[in-house]
Design a binder for this molecule. Structure first.
Ligand code: HEM
Length: 183
């Protein structure tokens, strides 16, 4: 997992909880770098799972809730860090439809060792999108948070239903997004 994700996570813990809590979860985790992540470095994704688990123990907030909150926050940070991906995009469906074959492709060019998930999308009707996430890593809650962050970014009213499929390793999840049209 790229260091940029770790740094954003630690920054969020410092600002949403406190710098002391950030220090204590770093200390209680077994981290290769002792918590000093560089944005371009690559670190074992299990380190972020450890940090989130320690934060959950410390705050009493469940791990999936913390990952969703982090995803939501991270989308806003991506918008600030990589604005070019957002220029000309006017909706969640528009943005998500280019995530796999444009945005994450650019991310891969920038960071050739990035370990990215795979997404499929289809729209059986213009108000509905089925968005399927597959990864060797268990980050469906993070994906849900990132999608919620997109919906907030584009200020839309979209209902999301989620279905997790059994898989041996990582995650396979379908998100059904439905625009709530005012009648
Ligand atoms: C401008 C927008 C985005 C940028 C720049 C971006 C970039 C990145 C980067 C740098 C990583 C880390 C790769 C690594 O760990 O090696 C990542 C991972 C990930 N991205 Fe994106 N991303 C964007 C939008 C999204 C959105 C909207 C989703 C929604 C589902 C998403 C889903 C994920 C997930 C779930 C991961 C964790 C890795 C995994 O699941 O295996 N990303 N992304």
């Amino acid at each position: 997992m790229k260091g940029v994700v770790f740094r954003e996570f630690i920054d969020m813990v410092e600002s949403s909880f406190s710098p002391e809590i950030a220090d204590s979860i770093i200390e209680l985790s077994d981290l290769s770098t002792g918590g000093a992540y560089t944005s371009v470095g690559t670190y074992d994704h299990r380190e972020i799972i450890q940090l989130v688990s320690r934060l959950s123990e410390r705050t009493g907030i469940a791990v999936p809730d913390l990952l969703r909150a982090f995803g939501n926050h991270l989308l806003g940070r991506f918008a600030a860090l990589y604005p070019s991906h957002f220029i000309g995009r006017n909706s969640t469906f528009d943005f998500l439809s280019i995530l796999d074959n444009k945005i994450h492709v650019e991310v891969k060019k920038l960071y050739p060792d990035a370990e990215l998930p795979v997404f499929d999308h289809s729209s059986p009707d213009p108000n509905v999108m089925a968005f399927v996430y597959r990864s060797k890593r268990p980050f469906a809650d993070l994906a849900e948070g990132l999608i919620r962050g997109c919906i907030a970014y584009f200020n839309e009213n979209i209902d999301m239903q989620r279905e997790d499929y059994p898989c041996e390793e990582g995650a396979h999840t379908r998100f059904m997004l439905r625009k709530m049209v005012n009648v």
